[in-house]
Design a protein. Structure first.
Length: 56
């Protein structure tokens, strides 16, 4: 994930990153600077939540 974040920063400096995280990984993504950005939802029977990491 660190490599993906670095690649995004290189290609799109200052852009926010948005992803649909499985709920059980919410704390993991939180440790990388992502915050919840919506209500939980179910995709393919798996609880998810939209998360965003501010650009900068």
């Amino acid at each position: 994930m660190q490599a993906a974040l670095a690649e995004c920063a290189m290609r799109w400096p200052g852009a926010s990153i948005r992803l649909g995280a499985q709920r059980y990984l919410e704390a993991f993504y939180g440790s990388l600077g992502f915050v919840p950005a919506g209500e939980p939802y179910v995709e393919d029977g798996i609880p998810h939540i939209e998360m965003v990491r501010a650009g900068g």
